[in-house]
Design a protein around this ligand. Structure first.
Ligand code: PLP
Length: 381
């Protein structure tokens, strides 16, 4: 099997699995228990928190472990909105290409009377700082812009955006679920940041929210004293230990990974561009080394995904959560693609486990499948 859908999820690597295993087996104590079995779990949790903080370059008290990127994003948005409303501010700025974990909470806030500005991304898929500056008004209470997009991989100018917001005293959050480990992040520029474990070789169902000033953070979940009373519930010790190990490994290998993936991405872009009617979506350079996204004239992205699956190759059409829906991707339409063009797209995403042979396999399988799908629809280019 050739797995090229690493933006959807990644395989758990041996180092992460090995780090987690003791906390699933003999180290099963509840981290809140006072006897030694429990205390061992509490020590593991503290170590994991310290490691995540060290990797991010922040204080351990700024780390809140969550169930993943969706929870971190939801809480960041609702917490910041509560803070803004208390200060009498009801305007929020975001980008048009955020993940639904940001867009849906914002829609809910819109219904409660917040005004939302969604910054355009033009045809390269990148927000412009001048648009952010123009959108900020005295009423702006919060800005959230993703660090890298999940569908087209474009890298957003979040360090600059964070600095501008800091100057103006506006809290700034970034969804770094796709960016962490794939592009440098300067946490000192942001007030909040979301990370998800399963995008970086930790298991599904664990993530974190970094919060620079945690004192003002409203609780995520009520019902216990865990995580300074902010997020009640018995901690997922094994998952958290796995997340910390995955973050450590990702930070340590980021340079080598980027170099390797840039070469593979170049091969993918030139190989696929040679197919008639193929068009790369999003900026060719300012995108994650792990991502390419192409549209193919006269092709249904879903049909292409299914044909590639028959050849044991996993890619996705649009984002994993949006695929299956009939609506074209909001990210691709924000680039100015028509509905047909947006629906003719596939996303190919790599990880450090991706090999050159995987790319050879895809580049060999793709052209005949595209020819076949076009001929079935009587399309000739
Ligand atoms: N944000 C982005 C940019 C994502 O790509 C995803 C997952 O696809 C999420 C948030 C949600 O993360 P999780 O699957 O951990 O809930």
């Amino acid at each position: 099997m050739i797995y090229l859908d690493n933006a959807a999820t990644t395989a758990v690597t041996d180092n992460v699995f090995d780090a987690m295993l003791p906390w699933l087996k003999e180290g099963y104590g509840n981290a809140s228990s006072v006897y030694s079995l429990g205390r061992k779990s509490a020590i593991a949790l503290n170590r994991a928190r310290a490691l995540c903080a060290e990797v991010l370059g922040c204080e351990p008290r700024s780390i809140f472990f969550t169930s993943g990127g969706t929870e971190s994003d939801n809480h960041a948005v609702f917490a910041a909105a509560e803070h803004a409303r208390a200060a009498g501010k009801t305007h929020i700025i975001t980008s048009a290409i955020e993940h639904h974990a940001i867009l849906e909470p914002l829609k809910a806030l819109e219904k409660q009377g917040f005004r939302i500005t969604r910054l355009p991304v033009y045809n390269n898929g990148i927000v412009r700082i001048s648009d952010l500056e123009a959108a900020i008004c005295p009423d702006t209470g919060f800005v959230t812009i993703m660090a890298a997009n999940n569908e087209i991989g474009t890298i957003q100018p979040v360090d600059e955006a964070g600095a501008i917001c800091r100057e103006r005293g506006i809290p700034f959050h970034t969804d770094a679920v796709q960016a962490f480990g794939n592009t440098p992040l300067d946490v000192s520029r942001y007030d909040m940041l979301s990370v998800s474990g399963h995008k970086l070789h930790a298991p599904k169902g664990v993530g974190l929210l970094y919060v620079r000033e945690p004192a003002a953070l409203p609780p995520f979940i009520l019902g216990g004293a865990q995580q300074n009373g902010k997020r009640a519930g018995t901690e997922n010790v094994a998952g958290i230990v796995g997340l910390a190990e995955a973050m450590r490994a990702a930070a340590g290998s980021a340079g080598a990974k980027r170099k390797k993936l840039l070469a593979l991405r170049q091969r993918l872009i030139s190989g696929i561009s040679a197919i008639k009617g193929a068009r790369l979506n999003g900026d060719p350079e300012r995108r994650l080394a792990s991502n390419v996204n192409f549209s193919f004239t006269g092709i249904e992205g879903e049909a292409l995904v299914l044909q590639l699956d028959l050849a044991s190759i996993a890619v996705s059409s649009g984002s994993a959560c949006a695929s299956g829906s009939l609506d074209p991707s909001h990210v691709l339409t924000a680039l100015g693609l028509s509905h047909d063009e947006a629906r003719s797209s596939i996303r190919i995403t790599m990880s450090d486990l991706t090999s050159s042979a995987d790319i050879d396999g895809l580049l060999e399988a793709l052209p005949p499948i595209i020819d076949k799908l076009r001929s079935l629809r009587g399309i000739e280019l």
